[in-house]
Write a protein of this length. Sequence first.
Length: 223
Amino acid sequence: MKLMDMPQAVRPREKLIQHGAHGLKDYELLAILLRTGYQGKSVVDVAKRILSVYSLAELYSLPLEKLMKLKGVGPSRATIITAGLELARRVVANPNHYVMKSSSDIANAVGFLRHKKREHLVALYLDARYVLIDTYTVSIGTLTEGLVHPREVFGPAIKFSAVHVVIAHNHPSGDPTPSLTDISVTRKLVQAGKLLDIDLIDHVIVAKETYVSLKEEGMMGKL
């Protein structure tokens, strides 16, 4: 279906105007940056196809040369996407926006996890002033000790010279109560961090409407 044939209420640009950017799916946001598709494919089709090949994290780090070669992108759209992602990176790097001093700061920073249908575990890397340096997706899928290896969490921490690390993941069920596995995984990472002299300071679990901080619950000091 061509974009112009879609009801206005479901067109990405109109949805953004009506509901705000947070209400759009990843492919809809990308479609707005792309603006148009190509013969036989709507811009929504193009955006969906790109995100079926590359995750957002992969797209974020994709060189401009490769981005330009994607069908339906080209030089002009590739520069728009790259510029948009760079602006996002600079916002993240701005200490006035991303100082992680409370569990609510962390929950806000990982708000994108609230609507994921699968569990995503992300690590947030902070400097000595608790300013966010970078975010990394550690795993996708039901959280298990086997799925989360300390090197996946602390490898980037060493690369970024992070002083503190926070982990966060979502519970698609809507209940953010920590499971025994959540606690076990956290304990394993806390112990690994101590060996590396890198503090794992919190584990925040988000659901659609709320979140739980293991630090606020008094659990981190017991691990």
